[in-house]
Design a protein around this ligand. Structure first.
Ligand SMILES: [Zn+2]
Length: 64
């Protein structure tokens, strides 16, 4: 995914920054613990399409 695109994307819920998890093809909001899917290189920035993550989900870890 285009890194410039990532820079302008923000979480639609909290307007906060997103963490791109390349291996899982999701954009993660660590504040809301939501994982937004990326379909065909298009981030789906809809709260109802996002997956709620558990507090210990590895996708929340910046190092993975
Ligand atoms: Zn958020």
């Amino acid at each position: 995914m285009d890194s410039r695109l990532l820079e302008i994307l923000a979480c639609p819920v909290c307007k906060g920054p997103l963490l791109y998890q390349r291996a899982s093809e999701v954009l993660v909001c660590r504040i809301d613990r939501l994982a937004y899917p990326i379909r065909d290189d298009i981030p789906v920035m809809l709260e109802e399409e996002a997956r709620q993550l558990g507090a210990d989900d590895p996708l929340l870890d910046r190092r993975t």
